[in-house]
Design a protein around this ligand. Sequence first.
Ligand SMILES: NC(=O)c1ccc[n+]([C@@H]2O[C@H](COP(=O)([O-])OP(=O)(O)OC[C@H]3O[C@@H](n4cnc5c(N)ncnc54)[C@H](OP(=O)(O)O)[C@@H]3O)[C@@H](O)[C@H]2O)c1
Length: 303
Amino acid sequence: MSNAPEFLVFGATGQQGGAVTRALLEAGRGVRAFVRDPYSEKAKSLAADGVSLAVGDLFDRASIDHAMKGIRSVFSVQTSSPSGLLTDEQEVEQGKSVADSAVSNGVAHLVYSATGAAGKGHTGMGHFDSKSRIEDYVRSLPITTTITRPASFMEMMMLPGMGLNTGVFNYFMRPDQSMQMIALHDLGRINARILCQPDLHAGRVIELSGQDITGKDLQEAFSRAAGRPIHYQRFSEELLSENNFLKRLTALVDNGVVAGIADIAALEREFGPMLRVEQWLSGPGKTLFENALSAEPSGIGLR
Ligand SMILES: NC(=O)c1ccc[n+]([C@@H]2O[C@H](COP(=O)([O-])OP(=O)(O)OC[C@H]3O[C@@H](n4cnc5c(N)ncnc54)[C@H](OP(=O)(O)O)[C@@H]3O)[C@@H](O)[C@H]2O)c1
């Protein structure tokens, strides 16, 4: 028998919500997952692990209210416009809707997962500025909140088209420039700890990252893990001139907004060791890495 759910997790069939759910289950806590399709493989797998399912849609406030009944703490995350599923304005509406519903239904603690680029002023990237707006709204409400701001996920590097299969890996930073990243495993366990200890984290904004990683660090770690040389280079000027989305993100890495400002040493003192990319490659990222090494050639999968 699973425990009665204390926690409502949004996006539990996705990367962040999935990682938070797994960590809560490992801690022996009862979870209710808000899912669109209870018959999807991921939803059925959650149910098999003892998660109770609340069926709904983030566009449907009544379904959100229904899912909140009897819940103590909520993990809130929304998809964003690069997914092609919604506009920036709709992301803001969904984020507000979850927060409003938590207040209306007497939830004690709301954890909102934003992004490392939030709260740094206007960025001009809709899916970053949307999260700053949701953060401001969440903070204005009469509810105990914690805002977590994750750096770019290590998992993002394994998306198609980055070049691991060609022996030349392309990403945002210059070889000697660092960018913060976090493994989803760490994102999940830290947000789960925060959900379980509301008093310790009430009112906080916590920047989350596991490592400051340079291009050279990736070259070394990928080559060692692959057992063959993997060269690192920044996205080419040609690609950046063709792909405005990547160009704007790269500019935000250069001006520091996406490079990250998390105090990793302080995070480790509080939450324990964070996965470095080497550990991630031999642990949670191993299969993704092996698949990326042997992938068929393809266009860039980062949107
Ligand atoms: N990638 C990065 O490095 C990074 C870093 C920081 C922040 N972020 C932010 O992370 C967010 C995405 O998180 P993620 O990667 O965990 O997402 P994800 O893996 O794409 O999963 C999205 C989740 O949201 C659910 N969902 C989508 N639309 C829904 C709706 N209308 N109603 C209810 N549920 C819905 C999906 O459920 P279904 O199974 O039904 O599809 C799925 O569980 C984005 O806002 C992004 O900007 C990303």
